[in-house]
Design a protein around this ligand. Structure first.
Ligand code: PXP
Length: 252
């Protein structure tokens, strides 16, 4: 079975917010991604509203016909926005002030009470709930105990090891292999607990392949690389390129 691709279009909004103007339109971007075959659209409504704005999510809810996944911090404000807008899925993510991007998975094990309450609230609103975590057994168990439907494995460490000068050989290659093993083990364990398994962060058409070969991973959330490639190829072709990379590596 193929893995779903949700395209994260935060960085379309990053370009728009650089000038506080109306272009490029995240709505047009979402429609281009869907036209190119994306299975869904992902956006992160950050507490600092540095890229995606509340109104973007409202409009996306009206126009996205595939699947709308909104990444949110587990706060009361974000829970009430999700309840009001009703995306298909919410992915709970950590946020720290000043970070350039999400720096790792949510520490569910240390915050079970708050996260369980948020998950309960989202589920009562009929929303599918995913939690973004590092590939660690204790975080997977905690996510299951909080009642999540899905975990999204943070692939940031793996992605980091695949970039840079030592990536093709030496220390980088070894680190990437060790991370892949950790991710594969986590994916199998989560699947055995009945959780759906997604993955994302720092993925490219190259480094996604060994992950796409893991049968338990059924969804990818990928943004920065696709939007970067879109500068040269156009958004539709950048999305198609990623879909092709994932499906070429998928177990038949
Ligand atoms: N998944 C989650 C939970 C994220 O926070 C992000 C970054 O917003 C992504 C996936 C996509 O990461 P990238 O933009 O590096 O592809």
């Amino acid at each position: 079975m193929n893995a779903r691709l949700n395209v994260n279009i935060d960085h379309i909004a990053t370009i728009r917010q650089a000038r506080r103007t109306i272009q490029p339109s995240v709505i047009a971007a979402a429609m281009e991604c869907e036209e190119a075959g994306a299975d869904g659209i992902t956006v992160h409504l950050r507490q600092d509203r540095r890229h995606i704005q509340d109104r973007d999510v409202e409009l996306l809810r009206q126009v996205v016909t595939t699947y709308l996944n909104v990444e949110l911090a587990a706060t009361d404000e974000m829970l009430s926005i999700a309840e009001r807008l009703g995306p298909d899925a919410v992915s709970l993510v950590p946020e720290s002030p000043g970070e350039i991007t999400t720096e790792g998975g949510l520490d569910v094990a240390a915050n079970v009470g708050t996260i369980r309450d948020t998950v309960d609230g989202l589920k009562s609103a009929g929303i599918f709930v995913s939690i973004f975590i590092d590939p660690e057994e204790k975080q997977i168990v905690a996510a299951a105990n909080c009642g999540a439907h899905q975990i999204e494995i943070c692939t940031a460490e793996y992605a980091k090891a695949t970039l840079g000068s030592s990536a093709a050989h030496g220390a980088g290659k070894q680190r990437a292999e060790a991370e892949l093993n950790r991710i594969a083990q986590a994916a199998r364990f989560a699947d055995s607990l009945g959780l759906t398994v997604a993955a994302g962060h720092g993925l490219t058409t190259k480094n996604v392949r060994p992950l796409a070969a893991m049968p338990q991973i059924s969804e990818f959330n990928i943004g920065h690389h696709i939007i970067s490639r879109a500068v040269f190829l156009g958004l539709r072709d950048a999305v198609r390129e990623m879909i092709a990379a994932i499906s070429a590596a998928r177990p038949k």
